[in-house]
Design a protein around this ligand. Sequence first.
Ligand code: NAD
Ligand code: LMR
Length: 338
Amino acid sequence: LNPSPSSHQMEGLSAANCRAKGGSPGFKVAILGAAGGIGQPLAMLMKMNPLVSVLHLYDVANSPGVTADISHMDTGAVVRGFLGPQQLEDALTGMDLVVIPAGVPRKPGMTRDDLFNINAGIVKTLCEGIAKCCPKAIVNIISNPVNSTVPIAAEVFKMAGTFDPRRLLGVTMLDVVRANTFVAEVLGLDPREVDVPVVGGHAGVTILPLLSQIKPPCSFTPAETEYLTSRIQNGGTEVVEAKAGAGSATLSMAYAAVKFADACLHGLRGDAAIIQCAFVSSQVTELPFFASKVRLGRSGVEEIFPLGPLNEYERTGLEKAKKELATSIQKGVGFVKK
Ligand code: NAD
Ligand code: LMR
């Protein structure tokens, strides 16, 4: 581990340097919270991503073991581990993309907002490091409550004078992944063929699937709409209860996180028409942050799409979502300003 790498890791470091000199098209990615339930499978999947040339794994515990393990995979990315706050700056320097799944998960009976007291401070500290060491990086925030942690990150970056709204994205991809899966089940389709936009935020009623805009176009009975909306909004709770105290979604989240990070990297590479839902700084509604479809490019979020036509059920859902979102956003902003 840095700063005293073993001989094996020294070989890895020089390999990375050679690749950098050779003009590798790969990107440098850091995972903060890399030894956690999400962090470990996310690290494994990122190590398999051909767009990643360097992978930094940072955590306050257990990152040496995870790094040693992942580094034996015979894929292109060079892996380096970082342990504890004194190595945070090294972990972040030079990164193109930083993914943050650091923080505590829910137990049965808790809301995501119940995590605020612990996770707000973790995200704030990590974002202060980003502002100092890689202010141009794209930042993907997974740590809950996303509806508050993204505003926290924005305030930290504003205070540091580095805020670029195009580069800060709250990860709501798991809601889309769940929506595609549950809708495909109901319709008897292959989930890979289904695309459900999910807008709003990432908690309870703020998760608003737009079933009227599904691709391929399909219609639902009122009972199906009610069942699907409720199941998508409560997908996280379904996993928390099934895990019965052992945490929340980790494997489906790692899958969703890598799908989203991969989209960000394709955007950074300059690929066309990379469109995903994300919780971003937005003018789509009167709220300062909102999740909706965005187009990703070399600068991060290059276009935010309007919500499109909503039916009566979705319009009612939107009003409920905005009410809760406003409170959660304000709570995040207030945490940094106080
Ligand atoms: P976990 O407890 O298994 O892992 C969290 C990791 O964060 C641990 O390894 C821990 O050591 C590390 N950590 C704690 N403080 C840290 C710090 N200051 N710096 C760096 N690392 C730190 O939890 P998990 O299941 O991986 O979940 C992590 C977070 O992701 C939770 O807040 C959870 O609610 C959230 N989550 C979000 C989504 C989403 O859709 N956005 C989905 C699932 C989980
Ligand atoms: C999820 O949607 O699975 C995550 O936000 C974790 C949780 O607490 O539900």
